[in-house]
Design a protein around this ligand. Structure first.
Ligand code: COI
Length: 355
């Protein structure tokens, strides 16, 4: 049976012709939620062991009002993408990196974590079960969102007694409404994203709602996103609400070192490696905000964002502009990354899992 015919809401059936597509306007995909057929659910009860996970029809989940995630924000998430190859197979990009990051995040947030193999299996099953939602080659990807949340009830502040791991997916293309045009970024000085000793380095959901204030304010003024500075000195670059940041000066590409307040992005790590392969000198270090005025080029990286050129950054009322387009590092690095992700460039690094 195909997905529409599955009558049991928990039935696992996605026996589709490999070229069959869902009814999506593939030319107008952005980064909005398109609800797909299946999600993968796995529970972990009091003994800290995850039960056998299963695919279920995509839909609302039931939570106790006292669930740890609802009251105390105990949850972490991941983001990874599946691309459709021309022959119809799906390509996952470094899902082991997301699995390992989730393990580190779970430890920080006092949650049990599933194994790397369990995580990769969940991502594979989610991608395959929703295969008809994976865009045609060149039209985007299936964004896969694994979530680990404290689903058990708890009144006093303590780790939740029960956890749920779930993975859902949505076809996506460009994250920003600018499409692939250069971003205009605003340097935030009133609000911080993360503080020393906090959880800025892990992908906890509690890193995201607090930036909405600065983000919506900047967007209302026409900016694409917000760049945060370190909370101790209000002086060094940290990251953007939705992605990591890189600056380019000559042959040197620099990005803030991940020392606890900055998310260790999988795309960030991959771009560092690709840039070194091209002969750039890549530095992970403290970057004072003043260096923005000397940079030739700036770009952002993230799973959702990809590698996005920055056309301008506004700091203390001063707008600094950067080179974008042909001859800059960003398109060269991005096309190599996308080439590997879509199977057009041979994967010599063992980054691709083909399913
Ligand atoms: C991702 O890039 O996968 C993220 O989780 C960022 C999010 C703000 C969409």
């Amino acid at each position: 049976p195909n997905a529409e015919q599955a009558s049991d809401p928990f039935e696992y059936s996605y026996d589709l012709d490999k070229h069959e597509y869902a009814d999506v306007d593939w030319d107008n995909l952005g980064f909005g939620l398109v609800q797909t057929d299946y999600m993968y659910v796995m529970k972990c009860s009091y003994d800290g062991k995850f039960e056998q996970g299963q695919l279920r029809r995509y839909g609302n989940i039931e939570l106790n009002p006292a669930a740890g995630v609802l009251n105390y924000g105990q949850a972490i998430y991941e983001g990874t993408k599946a691309h459709r190859k021309k022959d119809g197979n799906l390509l996952l990009f470094r899902p082991d990196q997301n699995a390992m990051r989730m393990k580190i995040g779970a430890e920080r947030m006092c949650m049990p974590s599933l194994s790397v193999d369990q995580f990769i299996d969940a991502v594979k099953q989610t991608a395959q079960a929703n295969k008809r939602w994976v865009p045609p080659p060149g039209k985007g990807s299936l964004y896969i969102r694994p979530l680990l949340l404290g689903s058990g009830p708890i009144l006093g502040l303590a780790p939740s007694p029960e956890y749920t791991f779930l993975t859902y997916a949505s076809p996506v293309r460009n994250y920003f409404k600018e499409g692939s045009a250069p971003l205009n970024v605003y340097v935030e000085e009133e609000y911080d994203r993360a503080s020393r000793g906090g959880a800025g380095g892990v992908k906890t959901i509690t890193n995201y709602a607090p930036v909405l204030k600065a983000l919506t304010r900047a967007k209302s003024k026409g900016f694409s996103d917000v760049l945060y500075l370190d909370s101790v000195h209000n002086k060094n670059l940290e990251e953007v609400s939705s992605c990591n940041i890189f600056i380019v000066k000559g042959n040197v590409i620099s990005t803030p070192a991940t020392s606890g307040t900055i998310l260790s992005g999988v795309t960030r790590r991959s771009i560092i490696e690709i840039a070194r392969d091209y002969g750039y000198q890549v530095e992970e270090r403290v970057i004072p905000v003043e260096e923005l005025s000397e940079a030739d080029e700036v770009f952002c990286t993230g799973t959702a964002v990809g590698v996005a050129p920055v056309g301008s950054i506004t700091y203390q009322g001063k707008r600094m502009e950067y080179k974008t387009g042909a001859g800059t590092a960003c398109p060269q690095l991005y096309s190599t990354l996308v080439g590997i992700q879509t199977g057009q460039i041979g994967d010599k690094k063992g980054w691709i899992v083909e399913i």
